[in-house]
Design a protein around this ligand. Structure first.
Ligand code: CA
Length: 227
């Protein structure tokens, strides 16, 4: 499932696209103009943006440049048939793909899935191994000494983040910002609770840790145990 943000001023096209993409399992939010679109993207950080180039308040390519200044989120542009020059400008400005109006729901969904697949493959590293621990961000599977770990999504994210930085002490503040995406919110308690769940599932105790080492007053690190 992905969260898509649609920036499109034509209400009929907008509702048709929202319906088509929602029917195909995506969560779709939308904005009717460039400036509210920019604000929504900053607020919501969607997985992908679908951008109409003909917007009432700002040229779509200009908006694309502004988006690229704040985020790497993939962008698919939607454009009218006679817009070849615009398409080239948009691709040069950092668009990942485009669809030409009128397009079918199937064609749009296929582009969306292809672009998401590409961006996730770039983003997610392959399996990480630390001692007997294997964490695979792409399949979201983790195992310890050959036994698979049954982790909640946030526990997996936390483990993958730490496993990608073996031996490095990470502060709880950084974990809240990067794993929970709460740069200004959350408390150490949030991290502590998830760490203790994770430890339990990995069969270790805070008093006798193997992989997950708390460094008092600093943060936590994941290490390869010596035994
Ligand atoms: Ca338009």
């Amino acid at each position: 499932m992905a969260v898509l943000h649609l920036i499109e001023d034509d209400p009929a096209i907008r509702s048709a696209m929202i319906r088509a993409l929602s029917d195909r399992g995506h969560v779709v939010t939308s904005s009717p103009d460039a400036m509210s679109g920019l604000q929504s993207v900053i607020d919501r950080m969607p997985d992908l943006i679908i951008l109409d180039l003909g917007l009432p308040d700002l040229d779509g390519v200009e908006l694309l440049r502004m988006l690229r200044a704040v985020t790497d989120t993939p962008v698919i542009i939607a454009t009218a048939r006679d817009d070849d020059v615009q398409v080239v400008r948009a691709l040069d400005a950092g668009a990942d793909d485009y669809v030409v109006k009128p397009f079918s729901a199937e064609a749009l969904d296929a582009r969306v899935r292809a672009v998401l697949r590409r961006s996730r493959a770039e983003e997610e590293p392959g399996p990480i191994q630390v001692g007997g621990l294997i964490v695979d961000p792409r399949s979201r599977l983790a195992s310890l000494d050959g036994r698979s770990l049954d982790l909640a999504p946030r526990e997996f994210d936390l483990l993958a983040y730490l496993a990608a930085r073996p031996g490095q002490v990470v502060s709880k503040r950084d974990l809240l910002a990067d794993v929970w995406r709460l740069p200004y919110g959350g408390t150490d308690k949030t991290v502590d609770v998830h760490l203790s769940w994770l430890r339990r599932k990995m069969g270790e105790a805070a008093t006798e840790p193997r992989y997950l080492i708390t460094v008092r007053g600093v943060g936590v690190k994941l290490i390869e145990p010596e035994d």
